[in-house]
Design a binder for this molecule. Sequence first.
Ligand code: ADP
Ligand code: LRH
Length: 468
Amino acid sequence: MEYYLAIDIGASSGRHILGSVEDGKINLEEIYRFENGISKIGNEYCWNIQQLFKDIKTGIKKCKEIGKIPKSIGIDTWAVDFVLLDESDNMLGNAVAYRDDRTEGMMEEAFKTIPQDMLYLYTGIQFQRFNTIYQLMAIKKDNPEILEKAKTFLMVPDYLNFLLTGKKVNEYTNATSTQLVNSFDRTWDHKILEDLGINKDIFQEIQLPKTKLGSLRKELVEEFGFDMEVILPATHDTGSAFISSVCNDSDSIYLSSGTWSLIGVENRFPICVPQAMEYNFTNEGGIDYRYRFLKNIMGLWVIQEVRRNLDNKYSFVELVDLARNYMDFPSIVNVDHDRFLKPENMIEEIKLFCIETNQRVPQEVGEIAQCVFNSLAHCYKKAVSNLEDIFEKEFKRINIFGGGCQNNLLNELVAKVTGKEVFAGPVEATAIGNIVAQLISNDVFKDLGEARQAIKESFDIKVFKANQ
Ligand code: ADP
Ligand code: LRH
């Protein structure tokens, strides 16, 4: 049996999942899981990259312990965040997280140099204040010496790949999330970089998913007691997740449900029409140059924060069960508002929103959870209606995948509120997409079509009827 290892690191947790193929079906085995999150270093919210790399190594060592040494591995993570390296390849500053408020006002600053509509036309990328472009502008304003010393720009998974292999490349799907890649040329947009005064030489060659990066550094081979090939999946987790949609027809909408909810469709070309910009839909690069035309919605981050505010006393399953006691709770908050990006206290912020909008203020834990899930479903409904406006057609179903698709209450609410049939699964969509890129690169599957067919046949999908 040949094994392929996906290391999928989301904003809330990371996991090592071994994939193998038997009789055309994909089997998964989770061998290691670890926490991820942001914490303050000085006055900045940061990722602990060093700890992540330790966890990556611990999980790789598990493969040897269980006697399943993978033929190749691939890493994917959340998007937009990066590190800058000096001439000796040391990190300059911290791995600052996108929720840090250093980017406040930076979008408006960028638009002074590049008009907003031109930026959208060049890149097709939505306007989120945390995009890499605005993070780089924040560094330029607050710590210009960092950018002056920087010799290398690597996105988080690029950096982890560099630590594994010694090779420096920027993988395409994640690079597009920077809002610095031209959506038609599919490479760094030097005009944007020049206009913003960012040194173009720090950016690496863009490499596509399925590229074989090479073997491990010598010292790691010694540490692990084996070598393996590092392959680029769609290193942007959402790019890998969308590969695993089981509804690949033109009547289906995809919803990758995790810390973020990413809702949209897959296209062969970017859609940069004014209406798409007005609705703030993005055209992120995908495998085989598929474009994910989607909207970012605040997602299960909101319930993660509620849970944290309650000292993690309740599991996600318990929060869903408690919410079921308050199905008629009426208040709806605009979860998509920037105020929910990193509030001091999520529960208080939700209550405040209800007070300000003259709605009933949730008090019980179940009321708060119900308010969050119902609000998410209503937010999805709006995005669906935006999509139907742009495509001038009605979509029939929504395929929800990722960790959040285990929330049956949310699945039911989405079916009820949007009036669309919901297909829930696969849960580990991102890891599967990551493994599939490796499988195609290793000629186990001939192409994406064959791989998607295998995904459909390999994983259980739950159906929620619209009128339930
Ligand atoms: P990330 O974007 O961090 O990779 P995941 O895809 O792992 O996120 O999804 C995490 C989310 O999935 C959690 O925030 C939680 O809301 C939801 N979740 C995970 N397990 C369950 C479960 N058993 N029941 C309901 N919801 C769940
Ligand atoms: C989801 C995700 C999303 C990005 C956000 C920063 O994990 O990658 O696609 O917009 O994190």
